[in-house]
Write a protein of this length. Structure first.
Length: 222
């Protein structure tokens, strides 16, 4: 069993989605994350064990390697895709409530901003770290964030902005959320955003990359 989980960890880290996936070329025709997760379940491994022992450590390695600039966006996307392949088997268990998530993370790119590549990476990495993720998409208004928070009041909220012009919308959304839900923690990120700006607009934390977001949530949950 340990061997199977080790193989799954490696498949996710290397971005091997499933058997027919041509990437990475040296793993051609070998089982990918999809098949290995299915086999682990068949052999009696619990979904949360698969998450804790294979998927989460794999994505943590990927996040750390990306932060150290040892890998780049395409590799991280392939790993996230591989994790998604494994999650196809695990999701039904989480959705049924049979297996507990660490918490809920609501994420969206702020009003007026259509950039979603970075936001999607954060979303996938956080999901890979064992959180339920409610991804509201792009061009998300205060009202949409508030509605999602109403449904999950204990959620942590993540805002992404890629344009200097939409940073102002980020400020407004943070202010509106904090007025209505002072206790809700808000994490901000995106290329033009800085820790200084985070403090200025009253958000709780800034992360320059997905792994920083995962680490912040991990600290909050512990
Ligand atoms: Co746009 N764009 N774009 N664009 N675009 C930028 C951002 C720009 C810097 C390009 C440039 O001029 N050099 C520039 C902004 C300038 C500024 O504001 N200072 C720009 C512009 C001007 C525009 C338009 C206005 C262009 C126009 O129409 N005249 C327009 C705006 C549309 C709109 O949003 N309303 C526009 C449109 C587009 C496309 C639609 C064509 C496309 C977006 C496609 C998509 O996202 N689906 C696009 C793209 C691709 C880019 C660039 C080239 C790449 C952005 C990207 O995906 N980076 C970008 C230039 C650049 O960055 N080199 C640019 C990769 C991604 C992994 O990084 O998103 O930074 P990033 O995310 C990182 C971190 O920031 C962090 O983690 C990620 C991984 O490390 N992170 C978080 C992100 N969100 C986080 C949230 C967190 C934590 C961390 O917690 C919640």
């Amino acid at each position: 069993m340990e061997d199977l989980l080790e193989k799954l960890l490696e498949a996710v880290e290397l971005g091997k989605v499933d058997k027919k996936s041509p990437y990475p070329p040296n793993l051609k025709d070998q089982d990918g994350a999809y098949e290995l997760a299915g086999k682990a379940l068949e052999q009696g491994c619990k979904p949360d064990e698969i998450l804790e022992k294979a998927l989460i450590p794999a994505m943590a390695n990927v996040g750390n390697r990306y932060s150290r600039r040892e890998i780049y966006v395409p590799q991280m996307l392939m790993s996230a895709k591989a994790m998604g392949g494994a999650m196809l088997h695990l999701k039904p268990f989480f959705q049924s409530g049979e297996t507990k998530r660490k918490g809920t993370f609501i994420i969206g790119t702020v009003t007026g901003d259509l950039h979603d590549i970075g936001k999607n990476l954060v979303s996938m990495m956080v999901e890979g770290a064992g959180w339920e993720v409610i991804d509201l998409g792009v061009d998300v208004s205060t009202e949409k964030f508030i509605k999602a928070i109403e449904e999950k009041p204990s959620a942590v909220v993540g805002l992404s902005a890629l344009l200097t012009t939409t940073m102002e919308n980020m400020r407004k959304i943070v202010a509106d959320i904090k007025t209505k839900y002072a206790g809700v923690k808000i994490l901000v990120g995106g290329a033009p955003v800085t820790m200084e700006y985070c403090k200025k607009i009253g958000a709780d934390f800034y992360s320059p990359d997905p792994q920083g977001a995962v680490n912040y949530l991990k600290n909050l949950a512990s």
